[in-house]
Design a protein around this ligand. Structure first.
Ligand code: FUL
Length: 460
């Protein structure tokens, strides 16, 4: 029996690996940390950058303990200050007091990531409020040169983060004026992307509109409850509400595989400000369920302070968060349990319902080509207090499911306890606890015969 033909678009190998990361961290750190700003103007003296106890290993250890799989560092933010000794500018760590101008934050960062088995990614702001040539062709050349430095001198980079904030007022080498650019054409992004592909073929490219992953359209930590991993190609106009909505929802008939990354800070600001505090645990939990739980990856920002360390309060909050996540989602009551379906493709064991509980994410349940609605039941074997469920489609065959519900068996009835639209990479649904021995997934509608690779059931 042949597997279903892929329902296009399908993810690349690179995107498939990215989906598995689920959770990684952002580090916003630069002169702003010392000037108490969110956006530096570009006239900051490198002299202000003077962390007293910078320890990239502390960043990596914190991320690791929180369950993150990678970290992305702001090698250069909008103010233009470079955390590595770039040969193309003096506006960098070369001219700061930290380590007598001989330090390299990017180097310490990638080394720490390697030690703690984290993937390392970099943010290089296209907008540069320090550079005299910003807005003219010479700056684009400068940007390209810097990208090349970062992608050739620091080992494997898993993600390159192209920020969407573009142009405005700034120092610009002393001009102190407003410079507008056309973000769609000025940077020649296709050529920059080609450079990344050439130098780091495994790296994921993030920008508002992709090409590998898209922005989710807000910085609140929320994906839409309907969230397709697909989009139509084309640009995103900054601030245009229709476009932001499109980023949050994705597009059911999208022709490109372009899943959303949810970026949000553990604190109100992206950079550390002494008067701010980390978010409460319940907010972090809501962010988890609205990002990872809706099929996106979560990029959670942890801003180092003026010492160059992630503050104790943030570490304590992350520990609480990890412990609470493990308690709630650490044990899958469906693992290894029998499952049955209304239909199995060609009655072939290779596509059987039991594939969703076998712990192997290379196997999946599916049905015959013409089927669009079907049910799958997991038998928990004994009455179990069920509080949440996680579903995953088999992505190499594309995203298919459009509408589903979750039913729990009580008194021989099936009570509908949750309804949903998209599943995609994963869908987490929590609901009022109920004791049941059978959980049924009812797929109501799909774009092509549905697939599921895993069903997990949580009881805490
Ligand atoms: C935005 C930037 O303007 C913010 O400062 C921050 O870096 C955020 C992640 O992206 O576009």
């Amino acid at each position: 029996m042949q597997p279903p033909v892929p329902h296009l678009p399908v993810p690349s190998e690179r995107q498939l690996r990215w989906h598995d990361l689920e959770f990684y961290g952002f580090l916003h750190f630069t002169v702003n940390t010392f000037t108490d700003k969110e956006w530096g103007y570009g006239d900051e003296s490198p002299g202000v950058f003077n962390p007293t106890a910078l320890d990239a290993r502390q960043w990596a250890r914190t991320a690791r303990e929180a369950g993150m799989r990678g970290l992305i560092l702001t090698a250069k933010h909008h103010d233009g200050f470079c955390l590595w000794p770039s040969r193309y500018t003096e506006h960098s760590v070369k001219n700061c007091p930290w380590k007598g101008g001989n330090g390299d934050v990017v180097r310490e960062f990638v080394d720490a990531c390697a030690e703690f088995d984290l993937q390392a990614g970099l943010y290089l702001s296209p907008w540069d409020r320090n550079h005299a040539e910003y807005g003219r062709p010479a700056y684009v050349e400068y940007y390209r040169n810097q990208l090349e430095e970062l992608l050739t001198q620091y080992g494997e980079i898993f993600e390159v983060w192209f920020d969407g904030a573009n142009g405005g007022d700034g120092y610009y080498g002393g001009a102190r004026e407003t410079r507008r650019i056309d973000a769609q054409t000025y940077y020649n992004f296709p050529a920059l992307w080609a450079l990344v592909r050439e130098l780091q073929p495994n790296a994921i490219l993030f920008s508002d509109a992709g090409p590998d992953i898209r922005w989710v359209g807000n910085e609140a930590g929320y994906a839409s409850a309907t969230c397709w991993a697909k989009m139509h190609p084309g640009g995103i106009a900054p601030g245009k509400v229709d476009d932001l909505n499109r980023l949050g929802w994705g597009e059911a008939d999208g022709t490109e595989w372009r899943p959303a990354e949810v970026d949000v800070s553990i604190r109100p600001g992206w950079f550390h400000h002494p008067h701010e505090a980390p978010r409460p645990l319940d907010e972090l939990f809501a962010i988890h369920d609205a990002s990872i739980g809706r099929g996106c990856c979560l990029l959670l920002n942890l801003p180092p302070d003026r010492r160059g360390l992630i503050p104790d309060d943030d570490i304590a909050r992350l520990r609480e968060y990890r412990a609470a996540l493990d308690a709630r989602y650490g044990h899958d009551a469906a693992a290894g349990k029998p499952a049955a379906a209304s239909e199995t493709r060609g009655d072939a064991p290779v596509f059987a319902a039991a594939n969703v509980t076998d712990g192997n994410t290379d196997t999946y349940w599916t049905v015959n080509d013409d089927t669009r609605a079907a049910t799958l039941t997991v038998d928990l074997g004994e009455p179990t207090r069920v509080t949440a469920i996680r579903l995953e489609e088999y992505l190499p065959l594309g995203q298919r499911v459009e509408a589903f519900s979750v039913e729990l068996r009580v008194w021989d009835q099936w009570l509908e306890t949750a309804v949903g639209t998209t599943i995609g990479p994963r869908r987490l649904l929590t609901f009022p606890a109920l004791k049941t021995d059978q959980v049924r997934i009812r797929i109501h509608r799909a774009q092509a015969c549905p697939t599921l690779k895993r069903v997990s059931v949580y009881t805490a």
